[in-house]
Write a protein that binds this ligand. Structure first.
Ligand code: FEO
Length: 395
């Protein structure tokens, strides 16, 4: 790929798409691929901002050389060391003689651990600057967005924020690279899924990063994944602000675990009763069928959460247990919660869902309901109150 993608003036996008990787971090499905964005600034001094994953490097070095047009690469700025961005560090250092690596103390510990590189390092801290000529860069430490060493690079001249994983998205860039070249409807779901799966656990750190950026004009948001925002950067900033404050939309996600269809029947009954209350966004998922990545995305999106489990060896169903563990791990909050289930021996599904609820930051708004055996008209009435209350709570 040799086409040039100028971002602003002397800044070029030199990212790649990865449509071959099935699972990001070997967990999260990449049904629509992903991009690894890297940027080259060709100013009086030249600087590369982040690299890409080595597995899809292709002609990455040749593209950089073509843009440098015979000049040296002066700096490699590392905002983030996760291998989807740091994969080409060694190749860059080997190829561009004398390139200086710019990062913070935590970055350099990892650079040594990954690549054994100890020389030509320029250590920066919060607020430090690097003058490239026209472009005057400033470094903003943003720990835990998404690893401990992460930082952002802010171009004070053109107001470009090279934000690392923050403000990124799943989804390959299918021709359109900038926000004004794409239909965002395609990306919104993938962006929230990326946020909730990868960054969501560190939402409080995202808010701290926002606090640091307050008052700084941002004309372009240039993340390491997904679209580059040059026309309407406030859109992506607003979305990330909302998601990291756990703001959600009116709607209810019902996730059920069912071996023989009894708990599923209850889920459908509850869904119908919620719809009768006027809630239009209702999503019912089988925990055995829908990947946890999509479940987390939907749960992040909507205000109401209803979890239902059959009993399984006197516990909750294993895949439901996995989901609740992941929700705990992510510190999910600001949800209205209801629980239900069924059993055939001595229970265990709802009992353990209650334990999850007690240990969580979620608002259990109604007493859990559970039936013995197969549902019938009479037994299902037990779930009317739960459905009405959850519907009222999300409006
Ligand atoms: Fe895209 Fe945390 O790496």
């Amino acid at each position: 790929m040799y086409y040039n993608v100028p971002v602003v003036g002397k800044v070029h996008w030199i990212g790649v798409n990865d449509r071959r990787k099935r699972l990001f971090e070997n967990i999260w499905p990449l049904d629509r691929g992903v991009s690894y964005n890297s940027y080259l600034i060709v100013d009086d001094k030249t600087a590369l901002v982040d690299t890409i994953e080595d597995r899809v490097a292709g002609n990455y070095i040749e593209r950089i050389e073509a843009l440098l047009n015979g000049r040296l690469l002066d700096y490699l700025i590392i905002n983030h060391m996760e291998p989807d961005h740091s994969g080409e560090i060694k190749a860059i250092v080997d190829h561009f003689n004398g390139v200086k690596i710019v990062g913070n103390a935590k970055t350099f510990k990892m650079v040594d651990a990954y690549w054994g590189i100890k020389d030509n390092l320029i250590q920066v801290d919060d607020g430090d600057a690097l003058d490239l000529g026209h472009h005057k860069l400033k470094f903003v430490m943003a720990p835990w967005v998404h690893w401990p060493e992460t930082m952002m690079t802010y171009d004070q001249s053109e107001h470009i924020l090279f934000s690392g994983d923050a403000f990124g998205s799943f989804g390959a860039l299918d021709g359109g690279i900038f926000d004004d070249e794409i239909n965002f409807d395609f990306f919104e779901d993938e962006m929230r899924r990326y946020y909730s799966n990868i960054v969501g656990k560190y939402s409080n750190m995202v808010q701290k990063a926002f606090a640091k950026l307050k008052g700084i004009p941002v004309k372009v948001v240039a993340p390491t994944h997904g679209p580059v925002w040059r026309s309407n950067p406030s859109k992506v900033l607003d979305l990330y602000d909302r998601w990291s404050r756990y703001e959600a939309e009116e709607g209810v996600v019902i996730v059920f675990a069912s071996m023989y269809g009894n708990t599923e029947e209850i889920a459908d009954y509850i869904g119908r009763r919620i719809a009768e209350q006027g809630v239009k966004n209702i999503r019912i998922h089988d925990v055995s069928r829908t990947h946890i990545s999509h479940l987390i995305n939907e749960i992040w999106k909507y205000r109401g959460l209803v979890l239902g489990s059959c009993a399984y060896n006197s516990e909750m169903f294993p895949l439901m247990e996995q989901l609740t563990r992941e929700l705990t791990h992510m510190g999910i909050k600001n949800k209205k919660l209801a629980l239900f289930g069924s059993y055939s021996w001595n229970g265990g599904g709802v009992k353990n869902l209650k334990k999850f609820a007690e240990d969580s930051n979620l608002d259990l708004i109604v007493e859990p309901a559970e039936i013995y055996g197969k549902p019938n008209e009479e037994k299902l009435k037990q779930f009317d109150d739960l459905a009405i209350k959850i519907a009222q709570s999300v409006k």
